[in-house]
Design a protein around this ligand. Structure first.
Ligand code: URA
Length: 433
């Protein structure tokens, strides 16, 4: 078999066999397929697309290109949740303990933030002592005993995805549904959970800018996951506006705690309830309605918050910080941004708000850069709310005084004001099972 012929076949719109796809994936990992050939192959896929059989085959070969986690000892109880990435998206911190508190097993590997979106691992590291790396035995033992463990992604999980993603980034082939599907699903399959709930974000702060594109991606990922023997749900949720009110690592932990304690309602809690009910329904094999009642009860009874503390403590985190979130170190500078006009907030561009948070130090513009856990933005007003000139819109938190001017400018650029009350977009556009 020759890589040349495989590229040629896909370039002309042919359907590749499982063997041909395996030849590409294994060859790219062991470097017998060159970067140039891999780039040409991915561009051919970008233009010609792939059938479901081809995507399943690509996903499985990528999933098996490195280590896989065996969660079979938890039977059907293991459940994972994945978000395609957004601004202010702290749902894992809430849904994982809710699900674990009712008996699900959440064995999760999460990523770090890059660009305008945040990452769960960075958020968790703002809790002093929290260990984002555990040995395989400790990880399994914690899932067994506590029901939840969340660590950073291990180096050798789906290595084919790592090198393909880096090359896609350089060759304008990121936004291809077959390639995004295989990238996300290969990591999820390798991570081993029997059920997978995907939060596919759509809007200005998301990868997918239109509901139609988000739906196509969601349907494809659900289809591929089912073909590979997993229980699947994808929930399509809005990311035109940041989720919740806090953007930035320690600030997001504080907001998650207030949802878990039952103190905070609104968009963040609503999205979490939908995701948690899908997780519980798959894991325990009960209806979504019954699962929703369990999720609500987990909050009102205090069981979800107790489970959160048990999880954080098991991974070395100091729970005094979650009992009393005022202990989190405050940023040295807290700057209020006020409204320049009277009117309604018509739009808040989530991507620009994410970029403003990165400027304050909350995220990284380049891989491996340091972040400031205390930095971020607290949104006091959101889309659809009325504001008066001079009224406080948000607070910027940073330890770098020099970043405030740029962040304020970016933040104000993200807003559109309207004279009439705007119609606020739906929070959830669809649930695909
Ligand atoms: N997230 C991923 O992990 N892979 C993609 O291709 C896109 C988003």
């Amino acid at each position: 078999m020759r890589m040349y012929d495989i590229i040629h076949k896909k370039r002309d719109g042919g359907e590749l066999t499982d063997e041909e796809i395996a030849f590409f994936v294994n060859g790219f990992v062991d470097k017998t397929v060159s970067e140039g050939q891999a780039a040409a192959f991915m561009m051919a896929v970008f233009f010609r697309g792939m059938t479901d059989a081809e995507i399943s085959s690509l996903t499985l070969h990528m999933a098996h290109s490195g280590d896989t986690v065996d969660l079979s000892r938890f039977g059907n109880l293991s459940v994972d949740k994945h978000s395609t990435g957004g601004v202010g998206d702290k749902t894992t911190l809430i849904v994982a303990p809710i699900a674990a508190s009712v008996g699900c097993k959440v064995a999760k590997m999460s990523g770090r933030g890059l660009g305008h979106t945040g990452g769960t691992v960075d958020k968790l590291e703002s809790i002093p002592g929290y260990k984002t790396s555990l040995s395989a035995e400790d990880f399994m033992e914690q899932v067994e005993k506590v029901g939840v463990a969340v660590i950073g992604q291990t180096g050798n999980l789906a290595p084919a995805d790592k090198i393909m993603y880096a090359l896609r980034d350089l060759t304008a082939t990121v936004d291809s549904i077959p390639l995004i599907t295989s990238s996300i699903m290969s990591k999820k399959l390798a991570a081993g959970s029997h059920s997978i709930v995907l939060d596919v974000k759509v809007g200005s702060g998301a990868f997918m800018k239109t509901v139609d594109d988000a739906r196509s991606l969601a349907e494809k990922m659900v289809e591929i996951g089912k073909r590979c023997g997993r229980n699947m749900t994808a929930v399509i949720t809005d990311m035109n506006t940041p989720l919740g009110n806090n953007v930035g690592n320690a600030l997001e932990i504080q907001e998650a705690v207030s949802v878990l304690k039952g103190e905070k309602t609104g968009d963040l809690r609503d999205v979490c309830m939908t995701l948690a009910s899908e997780m519980i329904s798959h894991s325990l094999g009960i209806s979504v309605d019954e699962s929703l009642k369990k999720a609500e009860n987990a909050i009102s009874s205090g069981a979800a918050f107790a489970k959160f503390k048990e999880w954080i403590s098991a991974q070395g985190g100091d729970t005094a910080y979650v009992d009393d979130t005022s202990r989190f170190q405050k940023a040295e500078y807290i700057h209020s941004v006020v409204s320049p006009v009277d009117g309604y907030i018509g739009e808040m561009n989530a991507e620009k708000i994410g970029i403003a948070a990165v400027a304050l130090g909350a995220g990284r513009a380049v891989k491996d850069a340091d972040i400031d856990h205390a930095a971020g933005i607290v949104l006091l007003k959101k889309t659809g709310e009325r504001v008066s000139a001079g009224e406080e819109l948000c607070r910027l938190y940073t330890n770098n005084h020099g970043s405030i001017e740029e962040a304020e400018k970016k933040y104000l650029e993200a807003l559109c004001f309207a004279d009439e009350k705007p119609t606020v977009k739906p929070l959830i556009y669809g649930v695909i099972r």
